[in-house]
Write a protein that binds this ligand. Structure first.
Ligand code: GRF
Length: 212
């Protein structure tokens, strides 16, 4: 089977990107990262990409006068690579409706909460403050609504009595490094499909997120 093309968008550390760099070394993984794009030139993830021999591109949002202009430039660059999947991995930008529509069904995000709980920022702190029993991460298709698209799969961790925000951040990140490549591989292998806003898992409509 020919490898499918993956493009990763980042803004920061890129530890999830690193998980894909490791995953693609595995013969069972059905994809290959064709490029990494960051909206910040100092994102550490760009160095991770270069080290792995992957084209590492900066498109700085600060160089554009509007959100629309930036998203157009980003889409233009993405289209050069003919990617099958576009992965947001710590990409800290709100995307325009036009951008999302162009890539819908091929655009995924990982968000550090058990969606629909806690869209937006500081999710770990909010889970701790609410004394939740569980916290975790979700992989979802991206729609116009921020962190609001259909959720494919989630990984959970039990919140401990003495947990700190920092401890929870690192525990959830470690889960993400397993979850995201596993879910993406299911898409690459056509086990998961997205049709008319619905997720299908092995040709059956997915009623609730797959739990890892
Ligand atoms: C992760 O927690 C992810 O869920 C969120 O941003 C963080 C990215 O971390 N969207 P990294 O840059 O992959 O290390």
């Amino acid at each position: 089977m020919q490898n499918k093309k993956i493009l990763v968008l980042i803004s920061g550390s890129g530890s999830n990107l690193q998980a894909f760099i490791e995953a693609q070394k595995n013969a069972d993984f059905g994809g290959e990262i064709v490029a990494v794009i960051s909206n910040k030139s100092d994102a550490f993830g760009l160095q991770r990409a270069k080290k792995a021999g992957i084209p590492a591109i900066s498109i700085l949002h600060t160089d554009y006068s509007s959100r629309e202009a930036f998203d157009q430039a980003l889409a233009q660059e993405i289209n050069k690579y003919q990617a099958d999947l576009i992965l947001l991995a710590g990409f800290m930008r709100i995307l325009t409706a036009e951008f999302v529509a162009e890539f819908q069904g091929r655009l995924l995000n990982i968000h550090p909460s058990l969606l629909p709980k806690y869209t937006g920022l500081r999710t770990h702190k909010r889970a701790l403050d609410s004394q939740d029993e569980y916290h975790g991460s979700s992989v979802h298709f991206v729609t116009e609504e921020l962190d609001g698209g259909p959720v494919i799969a989630q990984a959970k961790t039990k919140i401990k009595k003495d947990d700190t925000e920092e401890a929870l951040v690192s525990r959830v990140l470690a889960l993400e490094h397993q979850l995201y490549p596993a879910v993406v591989n299911m898409l690459l292998r056509d086990q998961i499909k997205f049709k008319q806003g619905e997720i299908y898992f092995e040709n059956k409509k997915l009623q609730q997120p797959i739990v890892f």
